[in-house]
Design a protein around this ligand. Structure first.
Ligand code: ADP
Ligand code: MG
Length: 736
């Protein structure tokens, strides 16, 4: 058999059917695949230690002859144990292996061997546990050198993998170099085949270092190339250049009733400048919850409207769409901009007068008799049609909606601007529809995505490096820091006391129940149980409601609106009399919820956020929850309930307690959970990238500079091998 890179692993001796299957699970089918399966880490077995110098616990490589070796059975666990005594000129040591009785066929008394592995103190006897072993008469594959350690999943041991890799050494040099020679030269890198060889069979620590350098460089360099190429594609599109109306922008800020923060001004200006260009903006507006992103977006929409074009503003939920509609209307109507709302259930056209105080029709919550229900359904349908028609005719200048907007086959008169709040909730397909929407003049709308989930700065540099990001890293003045505390079980009682006092003051409380195994049924159970417990045992005198994913959307909305609607001004004396000791008692004091409330709901009167099982959430998510409170002049609190006292958990939660800075928290989260988890749906090819590389600012800078230099003088098309390599990052940094 002629061995090539394309040789099937199943044809290699010693692989067979069982191992073939295990390899296939890892996506390894050919010799090439196997060689591209790189070690996780390396163990330095170059240093041989005298047996007398071995100390437990620790990892050592020793050399000696076998004094004795034999198998025995452990009575209790019916396990085979191989025991050996090894001696060198300084002393003896015991070694044990489990369930490998065949070892005695290979290693016999008197054989000269090398052993390497962990040494433990077992009841006073210093023992090497399952060490790697090699006879000195064999060519050394594992010991006496730096040995690769592979991910030992799926029943594949490092020892077995080393044997297989060893057979493939000969074909390593068939790997083609894909990096351009000039890059290799400028960066002082070793070649691709040399890297593969050194990763599996490191000659010495310097060569291994060079191999790792090449591996890491490639990972980030390819990513940089992909990102730049995608940007180039995007910049080929045309968009409507929006004129900046300076007077109007001044008037807008004057009417706000507060001064924009410097960060808001800067972001607004960046957006307005982008809008003025004939290429579509593709910008992410990042800012912590409450940093005031909506105002900035509204100002941009005002510019677009005043220049005669349409804006659509999308929110991930009905509730949020309703809130955005209300606030945009308030901000834009003084300028005679027409604002409308369209969700799957509600439609409000600009001609509807007067604006209802809540977007939810008052009767929605109460069981309406079937007659009026169908009547209101009918009028909603007509309303929707009216809104759709007005969008098409250009009568609506700013349309706020949920993704339902995309489902209706909506047409616009001249859509020029798309704003998407918390964009990760939208599917790629839906966004593609919107992109197409402005089709009329063959242009693409400008695209602004807003998110309160900060991307760690290093990721911004690496993955999003060449996309545009505006950051609002400053809170409006007067916001109080949310007091955050980790509460162990024995302190829970005290917190309940504290909660009661806050409610007495008229404040409201969120209680978040933990996510359970991603199971909605389990989650429902835990929310229900918590609701029952709180309303029966702890706070029977307070008004408690619950909300979860299994509820009908209109039920959820009614509850959210009841909760949000309870803006408690101290009741007047007369009112107190009427209502007794429970002012506005029909309103909700405590809302028990699943992670539903995560996304931007605004209930300024809520001042306490309780998170049950806080250890089960990611840091960024906890930070999001906390952002639900602290939205008014009242001091707010976030209590992290957990009965997990482990050090890692405590350290993680401590990060939340100590900082209010979303970016720092995001970096911590990235470090702990890796990029796939942190970026969620944005991940694409990045999930596979080594987190360390994504956080390595120096490497990012180096690869960015090189990518720029290389692309200035070259066209990627002339490097087909390179193009092939960057395919896997396609779509990585798309803001869609
Ligand atoms: P988010 O960034 O979470 O979307 P919002 O845009 O909803 O934040 O703003 C939160 C609240 O802060 C709103 O009530 C808004 O009117 C108010 N706000 C925004 N900017 C400022 C500012 N510069 N000064 C004072 N209040 C502000
Ligand atoms: Mg918001």
């Amino acid at each position: 058999m002629v061995l090539t890179l394309k040789t099937k692993v199943s044809e290699l001796s010693g692989v067979g059917e069982i191992y073939g299957k295990r390899l296939k699970k890892l996506g390894i089918e050919t010799a090439e695949d196997l060689l591209l399966y790189f070690p996780r880490r390396w163990e330095d077995f170059t240093k041989i230690t005298d047996i007398a110098a071995v100390r437990a616990p620790g990892s050592y490589c020793i050399e000696g002859s076998i004094w004795s070796i034999g198998n025995k059975r452990s009575a209790r666990r019916r396990m085979s144990i191989t025991e050996a005594i090894i001696a060198d000129k300084t002393g003896t040591i015991k070694a044990v292996w489990f369930n490998q009785p065949f070892l005695i066929k290979n290693m016999k008394q008197g054989d000269e061997v090398m052993l390497a592995g962990r040494v433990e103190n077992k009841f006073g006897v210093i023992t090497m546990k399952s060490p790697a072993y090699e006879k000195k008469s064999d060519r050394q594959k594992h010991l006496g050198k730096i040995a690769p350690v592979y991910n030992e999943t799926e029943g594949l041991s490092s020892r077995w993998l080393r044997y297989q890799m060893d057979k493939l050494v000969k074909v390593i040099y068939s790997f083609k170099e894909y990096l351009p020679a000039e890059v290799i030269k400028r960066q002082g890198l070793i070649t691709h085949p040399a890297m593969i060889r050194q990763l599996h069979f490191p000659e010495n620590s310097y060569q291994l270092e060079k191999a790792e350098e090449r591996l890491n460089f490639d990972e980030m360099f390819l990513l940089q190339l992909a990102v730049r190429e995608q940007r180039k594609e995007l910049d080929k599109n045309r968009a409507i250049a929006i004129r900046f109306n300076e007077d109007l922008s001044r008037e807008f800020t004057k009417k706000l009733g507060f001064t924009l923060t410097n960060a808001q001004k800067k972001a607004a200006w960046e957006i307005i400048k982008d809008l003025g260009k004939p290429v579509p903006m593709n910008r992410l507006l990042e800012g912590d919850v409450g940093s005031g992103k909506t105002v900035v977006a509204a100002m941009a929409a005002l510019m677009v409207a005043s220049d005669g074009f349409q804006t659509v503003f999308l929110a991930p939920t009905e509730i949020l769409a309703g809130q955005h509609y209300e606030s945009l209307k308030k901000m834009l109507e003084p300028f005679e901009i027409t604002v409308a709302l369209l969700t799957s259930k509600t439609a409000i056209s600009p001609s509807d007068m007067p604006a209802p105080s809540s977007v939810i029709p008052a009767e929605a919550g109460i069981q309406p008799d079937s007659n009026s229900a169908s009547k209101s359904a009918q009028s909603q349908k007509a309303k929707k049609e009216e809104v759709l028609k007005q969008a098409k005719d250009g009568e609506i200048q700013v349309l706020v909606g949920t993704h339902a907007v995309l489902k209706e086959d909506i047409e616009f008169w001249n859509l020029a601007f798309v704003i998407v709040d918390e964009q990760h909730r939208f599917g790629v397909k839906q966004r593609a529809i919107l992109r197409k929407e402005s089709g009329k003049q063959g242009t693409m709308p400008h695209f602004l995505s807003m998110s309160a989930t900060p991307i760690p700065r290093t990721l911004t540099l690496s993955v999003y490096g060449d996309l545009d990001i505006s950051v609002i890293d400053e809170m409006p003045p007067g916001r109080k820091k949310v007091g955050t505390f980790v509460i162990p079980p024995e302190k829970k009682e005290d917190s309940y006391e504290f909660m009661r006092r806050e409610v007495k003051k008229g404040r409201q409380i969120f209680v978040i129940c933990p996510l359970i195994d991603d199971s909605e049924t389990m989650e429902l159970k835990s929310v229900t149980a918590e609701y029952e417990r709180l309303s029966r045992m702890i706070f029977p005198d307070l008004k408690i409601a619950m909300i979860h994913g299994k509820m009908r959307p209109d039920e959820k909305e009614r509850i959210m609106n009841d909760f949000a609607g309870a803006q408690r001004v101290a009741p007047s004396a007369g009112e107190k009399e009427r209502r007794g000791t429970h002012p506005l008692r029909e309103k909700i004091d405590i809302l028990v919820s699943t992670s539903l409330v995560e996304v931007g709901v605004d209930v300024p009167n809520a001042t306490i956020m309780i998170i049950e099982g806080a250890d089960r959430f990611g840091l960024a998510q906890l930070h999001q929850f906390r952002g639900r409170v602290g939205r008014s002049r009242h001091q707010s609190y976030c209590f992290l309930f957990t009965d997990n006292q482990s050090e890692t958990v405590q350290k993680r939660l401590d990060a939340i307690v100590k900082t209010n800075n979303g970016f720092e928290i995001a970096e911590k989260d990235l470090e702990i959970r890796g990029p796939g988890e942190v970026l969620g749906e944005r991940q694409h090819g990045i999930a596979d990238i080594n987190t360390k590389n994504l956080m390595n600012a120096e490497l990012i800078k180096r690869t960015k500079t090189e990518a720029k230099k290389f692309l200035e003088k070259n066209d990627l098309k002339d490097f087909p091998l390179l193009v092939e390599k960057i395919q896997k990052y396609n779509g990585v940094a798309n803001l869609e």
